[in-house]
Design a binder for this molecule. Structure first.
Ligand SMILES: *Cc1c(COP(=O)(O)O)cnc(C)c1O
Length: 719
């Protein structure tokens, strides 16, 4: 049926000796294998950086003479052969954690649905943490040998590109994905036509073609409605993430859930685990029920069967984050479907209905919770919050009996570790430390790293970040239309010797990016202290429709521009995985100030901890589990507040006090004779030792397998 699953769709004219670079560029395995990235860097580092580390664009554009030179370079060829050998061994490995732990489940398949996937900056089909988590989940599933397949969308306009105007207003620019420069393999049918599925929307069918992305041993399938068969409007259906247009949004979700099941069917998959990463894909449960009804089951029987295989992860306690639709929209899109399910309108609407203060809506997480037997939240505290929040769905149970467990998020070590940190760990932890990143024992070896070596790497990474800020500013200045104040705001006055704090995330209001501005004069004093200056780098996007979020960016930008701050506050535009990597590796302190308990988990702080950056954060989400008294600092405590203004006031005071009395002095004053901040370094070691194993996705995906997937897979409905 599918003709060309493994055929790379472009031909690069590479010297024969290194022609497998093309294969490498089409498997995202290179993203978490630094030796593989090093190959491209060795050929032409400036080009590699200029093309946002995109190997396909790189192979298209690289100078032939440089390629030809490599085949006489014995050092390069040695590295090349080693990478290819490692790549082959990885792809062919028979013994993985999964095959050894679950030999009886060898034939099962796990489907993982997500609205976004953050795998690398060169494939920008993500907006934030949810997508990054999905990407890290896929990579780790491959590492552990899980037979997992991903389903999502390719967005040809991505999320959006951000620039900040001179007066601090977020401006959005359209982004256009160049299909010939992303690692997507078009699937075609026997006639060579794009392999496509279709779904029914009011008055028409919409078609979507399927692209394949190779993620190590596994595949991700991305749907794309940009096909001749569709109307101009429908061709745009999958062009953008998180549209505000409700018709677009519900159509996308029908395509993701119902269409996604059809994608897997057309490709011959029979998953026994169906994981919904957030509620956007919950319509997949309806499609599976329809399949069962076609086989002669009643709605009730079908639901009982289907539920057993469904896994649902909820990611937010913030109401605006819980995807919902007005009931009239459900009437518009589902009146053809409820008869097929043998349901009345009211019975159908009940599947997702939640009464709000302003009326009733159809809530996707409600649908997912009702149609899944396996449910989880993403941190311990978020578990408590979620059980309380959804208790009304289980009215005869107490809060603690609500069947939503928790699996705390993690990060994919290979994706987020700095190269220099990795080399240090290889030397002192174990050469294969990364394959054992979730084993606490190997991290005890952190003590073996000499302070001066660890500090040299930390300093190197901060310099790298400084150079990056300078280069971005230089490029924009050269391009023109960039006001001098914007040059300063992008960090040209930044230097690598001061204590540097990073704050980067989506600008949702509950994240309180402006908490640190609450007492402006106090901040000014902190930042411009001559003996102990502090630099703060902000980065992040507000959703284009989020006016309060954009106002917070403007408030920050005003402070960034304020000459009195001396150029020590910085705003880096266009936060993405590249900027995230530079920041979580390069700053000294990672700041997070969500209004508790709204941060379900957060993952950027985990990336920081892995690289020896100290967290300074509200005891919300993951940090409530990560903080142990000596590996960073808390903001506030476990107090619950009714009055958010009071909460903000108390948290901000605590923030300034800890900065003034603990963090800044510890960085500057506890220097030994060799000018090493030994006490600081002790904390760096403690944060790596205590957090790295616990918050790795190896730990996380194993928990998904052991606690949720294994149970779901035992109910093989096709047997
Ligand atoms: C890790 C990451 C996030 C999520 O970080 P949070 O701490 O959860 O806000 C968002 N965006 C990018 C680009 C990331 O790398």
């Amino acid at each position: 049926m599918v003709k060309n699953r493994y055929k790379i769709p472009v031909s690069f004219s590479l010297p024969r000796r290194i022609q497998r670079l093309s294969e490498l560029s089409f498997n995202m395995w290179w993203v978490w294998n630094q030796d593989a990235q090093q190959l491209f860097r060795l050929i032409d580092k400036p080009l590699w950086d200029k093309l946002s580390h995109n190997p396909i664009a790189f192979l298209h554009q690289v100078d032939r003479a440089l390629l030809n030179r490599t085949i006489n370079d014995l050092y390069f060829l040695d590295r090349y052969d080693a990478v290819m050998k490692k790549f082959d061994q990885y792809l062919e490995a028979k013994n993985t954690w999964f095959t050894e732990t679950y030999p009886q489940l060898e034939k099962e398949q796990i489907a993982y649905f997500s609205f976004e996937f953050g795998l690398h900056e060169s494939l920008p089909v993500y907006a934030g943490g949810l997508g990054i988590l999905a990407g890290d989940h896929l990579k780790t599933s491959s590492d552990l040998g899980l037979p997992l397949v991903g389903v999502g969308f390719i967005y040809k306009n991505g999320y959006f590109m951000q620039s900040i105007s001179e007066d601090g207003w977020q401006e959005t620019r359209n982004f256009y994905l160049n299909y010939s420069e992303v690692p997507i393999i078009p699937l075609t049918d026997e006639q060579g036509k794009p392999l496509a599925i279709s779904i029914d929307l009011p008055g028409r069918s919409v078609f979507a073609r399927i692209w394949q992305v190779n993620i190590g041993r596994n595949f991700l399938y991305l749907m794309d409605s940009d096909l001749d068969e569709n109307s101009p409007n429908d061709r745009q259906l999958t062009s953008r993430l998180y549209s505000n247009d409700l018709d677009v949004r519900i159509s996308q979700e029908i395509l993701l859930g119902m269409g996604g099941v059809r994608v897997l069917r057309i490709l011959g998959y029979k998953p026994t685990v169906w994981h919904m990463n957030e509620g956007h894909s919950a319509f997949l449960a309806l499609e599976r029920i329809l399949e069962m009804i076609d086989r002669g089951k009643t709605f009730e029987e079908a639901t009982e069967i289907v539920k057993k295989n469904n896994v649902f992860t909820t990611h937010t306690p913030v109401p605006a984050g819980n995807d919902q639709f007005p009931i009239w929209l459900i009437d518009k899109y589902f009146s053809q479907i409820w008869p097929k399910l043998n349901l009345s309108r009211d019975q159908f609407v009940d599947l997702g209905k939640q009464a709000q203060t302003w009326g009733e809506t159809f809530v996707m997480p409600v649908l997912a919770l009702k149609l899944s037997e396996h449910m989880n939240s993403v941190s311990e505290l978020h578990g408590d919050v979620s059980r309380k929040m959804w208790n009304w769905l289980w009215p005869d149970r107490g809060e603690n009996e609500v069947p939503i467990t928790h699996i705390t998020n993690g990060i994919h070590t290979g994706t987020w570790i700095a190269r220099q940190t990795n080399l240090l760990f290889q030397k002192y932890l174990a050469p294969d430390w990364m394959d054992r990143a979730d084993e606490p024992e190997i991290w005890e070896n952190i003590e073996r790293i000499p302070d001066f070596e660890l500090w040299a790497v930390r300093k190197h990474l901060k310099r790298k970040l400084t150079v990056y800020c300078n280069e971005v500013a230089r490029r924009k200045w050269q391009e023109g239309g960039f006001h001098p104040v914007q040059v300063v705001a992008s960090g040209v006055l930044m230097e690598p010797y001061s204590l540097t704090i990073g704050f980067a995330r989506r600008f949702a209001t509950y994240k309180r990016a402006n908490l640190i501005l609450r007492d402006y004069e106090r901040l000014l004093k902190l930042v411009t202290n001559e003996r102990m200056p502090v630099q703060i780098i902000f980065s992040g996007k507000a959703h284009p429709a989020d006016e309060p979020g954009k106002l917070i960016i403007q408030e920050i930008y005003r402070a960034v521009k304020d000459a009195r701050m001396g150029g020590r506050l910085i705003f880096l535009e266009d936060y993405d995985m590249n900027v995230a990597r530079l920041l979580v590796q390069g700053v000294d302190v990672w700041l997070n100030t969500p209004r508790r308990p709204n941060e379900a988990s957060g993952t950027s702080g985990m990336k920081a901890a892995l690289n020896g950056v100290l967290n300074f954060s509200v005891l919300d989400g993951w940090w409530r589990e990560g903080y142990n008294g000596k590996n960073g600092w808390p903001i506030g405590d476990d107090t619950e507040y009714q009055d958010t203004n009071q909460q903000d006031e108390i948290d901000s005071r605590d923030l300034y006090e800890t900065l003034e009395n603990e963090i800044v002095p510890l960085y500057y004053q506890s220097r030994s004779a060799d000018n090493l901040p030994n006490e600081w370094i002790a904390r760096v070691k403690e944060t790596i030792r205590s957090n790295a194993p616990k918050f790795s996705t190896r730990r996380m995906v194993k928990e998904y397998m052991n606690n949720l997937y294994a149970g779901a897979a035992e109910n093989n409905v096709d047997k």
